[in-house]
Design a protein around this ligand. Structure first.
Ligand code: NAD
Ligand code: MG
Length: 328
């Protein structure tokens, strides 16, 4: 494993250079503000009719239409939704300067060949391992969210040093920047969110809720048990791994964890995980997701509605409404 820290970064690397950030959502806002506060010349590229324009201006940033923003930029960061990046690249490629660096926060569009960068361009990845809000907050507190770095195309032998300077500018080098490839970042990121972080966790919560409610227990008690209390456990795991969790839970909980956990997540679950991973590796998932977008996202909307209509959402909204500290 190769990990870079602030000491490995050429600090003046972006002096006098323009960095264009296209998109001002979760990652875009955090990157733009952190880079600006690190002394980098940042321009945010946004559609004039979009909702983010006023917000970026109110944040004190220079804003321009994307085609204008990318002109003369040393780095162009594509921080729009993954599915928009291909058409955006096609729209902007004529305005991107010779020898510029395309930067992504997730490898999807490049790894699945939706974008094949012009030969004269560098193409790099700086993927923060956390949501944009945290990237901004940690930076303001003097910390940073760890990042992954990868180089897909190194046209001028500056790709890595520019990527690391960008990572340092958003605070990531304080925590460490691990070298990876676009393939590894894309495939592990998709697998993580599908099997464990988002998909796996929510299915586990909902199945646990249904099991208790179907057995006649009160939905409110079930909600506290399987949804609300999850935060305590996740915080312990985040801070100190399995060891810290085991130190803070009761012996009864630890014994139950070890004898019953493997009955729920068993060899079959792992087989299913391997199937999910194969679909990611052979491009099946990407093809389906692209087709779903092209069709106007009918299945996406249907499944999302189903998730949001589940009884656990009604009970949860009620109970969370009584905890006003959760409201902001
Ligand atoms: P987001 O959905 O929060 O924001 C997208 C931004 O792009 C918005 O400002 C939107 O107005 C703008 N946009 C949409 N279409 C546009 C267009 N045609 N032209 C110009 N601007 C347009 O996106 P995000 O979640 O920050 O994701 C950005 C990238 O970061 C993606 O590649 C994503 O995979 C990656 N990423 C996200 C996270 C995360 O926590 N959200 C974490 C790591 C990596
Ligand atoms: Mg789900």
């Amino acid at each position: 494993m190769k990990m870079y820290s602030e000491a490995d970064v050429d600090a003046g690397r972006l002096d006098g250079e323009k960095v264009a950030i296209v998109g001002y959502g979760s990652q875009g806002r955090a990157h733009a503000l952190n880079l600006r506060d690190s002394g980098v010349n940042v321009v945010v590229g946004l559609r004039p009719d979009g909702a983010s324009w006023a917000k970026a201006e109110a944040d004190g940033l220079n804003v321009a239409e994307p085609a204008e923003a990318v002109k003369g930029a040393r780095i162009v960061a594509f921080l729009t939704p993954d599915m928009v990046q291909k058409s955006l690249y096609e729209q902007l490629v004529g305005d991107i300067a010779n020898g510029a660096t395309l930067l992504f926060a997730h490898g999807f569009a490049v790894h699945y060949k939706l974008i094949e960068p012009r030969d004269d361009l560098n193409c790099v990845l700086i993927a923060p391992k956390g949501p944009g809000g945290l990237v901004r907050r940690q930076y303001e507190e003097g910390h940073g969210v760890p990042c992954l770095v990868a180089v897909h195309q190194d046209a001028d032998e500056n790709a890595l040093s520019l990527a690391l300077a960008y990572a340092a500018g958003i605070g990531g080098a304080r925590a460490g920047v691990i070298e990876t490839t676009f393939a590894e970042e894309t495939e592990t990121d998709l697998f993580g969110e599908q099997a464990v972080l988002c998909g796996g966790t929510t299915e586990l919560i909902v199945a646990g809720f249904e099991t208790l409610v179907e057995a006649g227990y009160q939905p409110e008690v079930a909600y506290y048990e399987v949804m609300h209390e999850l935060k305590l456990i996740v915080d312990l795991l985040h801070e100190g791994g399995l060891k810290k969790m085991h130190k803070f839970i009761s012996d009864t909980a630890a014994y139950g964890d070890m004898v019953s956990g493997p009955r729920v997540v068993d060899a079959n679950s792992k087989k299913a995980m391997k199937a999910v991973l194969s679909d990611i590796q052979d491009g099946t998932f990407a093809r389906n997701w692209i087709a779903e977008n092209e069709a106007g996202m009918p299945e996406f909307k249907r499944m999302m509605n189903e998730d949001l209509e589940h009884p656990i959402e009604k009970v949860g909204a009620d109970l969370r409404g009584r905890m006003d500290w959760l409201q902001d």
